[in-house]
Design a protein around this ligand. Structure first.
Ligand code: ARG
Length: 468
């Protein structure tokens, strides 16, 4: 590192920063992501300064067009961000001054990098959240299509990873659509709450100059107007933590889907075959077809949770107002958003390419033990108290186990010996299709209910402009 000025040191310092300190201090290697938002924020600020009579209109024009040039230079790679200038904000401003001279030196009027970086980060975070919302919706479309196609496909439902009761595949897939629907709500909510503009909060204490904060808030699309407390505004990273939480929980949901796909695609389960585009081979074992993408959906949750923990830990115990620790909140925020985006980007294709082995699922669902609860309910339908029915069917299961046969293979005598209510026609309740069809309560797995829920989701997605 040379003797260049590091981030805003100005005339106060005689010499340069210690090289190792400057390296630790620099953030260009990650805050380059803020380039566009920084330029937008500065353009809005310059326009406002002119409208408020703090700078000449001609200066504002020069700043706005100069900033555009700066953005293009850095974006095209014609210039690279200089770490000696610490961060993207200082790089943009210093290049602007190089390009347009004196007018550029007026841009930082009534502004600090503290309110500037908070503004940039919120712009970035809000856009990221909305992109994630759109990606979630595409994933929901894919799930919705598969759910419609498999509204009546039977498979065992599990608790404790033990076969429990027969359900439909459509119902199973819609469980993930529900999770994603809640995730969507969290991103929408976080985005809305972040729509307050910190710009004009200064370093921590506002400014004595007559700026118009509502002006910049409106220009930048901060629908809720300016923030209400300058100390809070420059030190608030709640929006980052909220998005990181939403991303972490989304990642947890995707990890559950990933795990089920890994499990279901094993030879042992054989419920699904993943699309070739989502599998990889082994460099050693020629027969392998590994579910790498599903595994990564599972594994990414670790880092998403890490991002959230990092963000919370960085903010914890900080005095008001800005502290440099807050610079550390940038990377976890970027990572949380980018990880969510990368994971979501594979979902529509991954889900659409799933080939379910309907026969194999159906065979697994045919296990008569799965109908024990449905049998008990049939006895309840015929007037028996549920506790009694539970006991009768419990005995029935034990008897079948002793005889090493399935519930379906017990003789009429076996049934009668256990309880007179157990007539052979009761045993029809064991039929998996019948059993599932009967479970048509709202939110239940019956094919009719699945189709109803699919229609509800389709209507919601159609209202969002998507065609499921
Ligand atoms: N790069 C810094 C950050 O991300 C900008 C704010 C610097 N402010 C300061 N007072 N040093 O936090």
């Amino acid at each position: 590192m040379t003797g260049k000025p590091s981030g805003g040191r100005g005339a106060r310092f005689a010499g340069a920063m210690d090289p190792a300190a400057a390296t630790l201090n620099a953030s260009v290697h990650f805050d380059h992501r803020l380039l566009r938002d920084d330029v937008r924020g500065s353009q809005a600020h310059a326009r406002m300064l002119a409208a408020a009579g703090l700078i000449a209109a001609a200066d504002a024009d020069a700043i706005v067009s100069g900033l555009e040039r700066v953005a293009v230079e850095f974006e095209s790679g014609a210039r690279v961000l200089d770490p000696a200038l610490e961060d993207v904000h200082m790089n943009v401003e210093s290049r602007l001054i190089e390009l347009i001279g004196e007018a550029g030196r007026r841009l930082h009027t009534a502004r600090s990098r503290n309110d500037q970086v908070a503004t940039d980060l919120k712009l970035y975070a809000r856009r990221g959240a909305l992109e994630i919302v759109a990606a979630i919706d595409l994933a929901r479309v894919a799930l919705c299509r598969q759910a419609r196609a498999h509204a009546a496909t039977l498979l065992p439902g599990y608790t404790h990873l033990q076969r429990a009761q027969v359900v439909t595949l459509g119902h199973h897939l819609l469980a993930y659509a529900e999770m994603l629907g809640r995730d969507r709500g969290r991103f929408v909510d976080a985005e809305r709450r972040a729509a307050e503009s910190p710009l004009g909060s200064g370093a921590l204490a506002g400014t004595g100059l007559p700026i118009d904060r509502a002006h910049t808030a409106a220009t930048l699309g901060f629908l809720r107007g300016p923030t209400h407390n300058s100390l809070d505004a420059v030190s608030d990273r709640d929006f980052a933590a909220e998005i990181a939480f939403a991303s972490a929980l989304l990642a947890v949901h995707l990890s559950r889907l990933g795990e089920e796909l890994v499990l279901w695609s094993t030879t042992e389960f054989g419920f699904v075959r993943l699309g070739e585009g989502y599998c990889s081979g082994s460099s050693l074992m020629p027969q392998k077809r590994n579910p790498d993408i599903a595994e990564l959906l599972r594994g990414k949750s670790g880092r998403a949770i890490g991002d959230l923990v990092a963000l919370l830990t960085i903010s914890k115990g900080l005095t008001l107002a800005y502290n440099k620790d807050l610079q550390e909140s940038q990377e976890p925020l970027y990572d949380a958003i980018e990880t969510a985006q990368r994971s979501l980007a594979v979902l529509p294709g991954l889900v659409a390419a799933l080939e379910f082995d309907v026969a194999r699922m159906r065979a697994a669902a045919d296990d008569p033990a799965l109908g024990a609860t449905d049998l008990a309910e049939e006895l309840v339908r015929r007037g028996m108290p549920f506790r009694g029915a539970h006991e009768v069917i419990g005995k029935l299961v034990r008897r079948a186990e002793e005889k090493q046969v399935t519930l379906r293979d017990l003789s009429a005598e076996d049934l009668r010996a256990i309880d007179v209510a157990l007539s052979p026609d009761v045993m029809q309740a064991l039929d998996p299709s019948r059993a599932v069809a009967a479970r048509g309560v709202p939110g239940g797995p019956s094919p009719a209910m699945v189709l109803l829920e699919v229609a509800r989701l389709e209507a919601e997605l159609a209202a969002l402009g998507l065609a499921p």
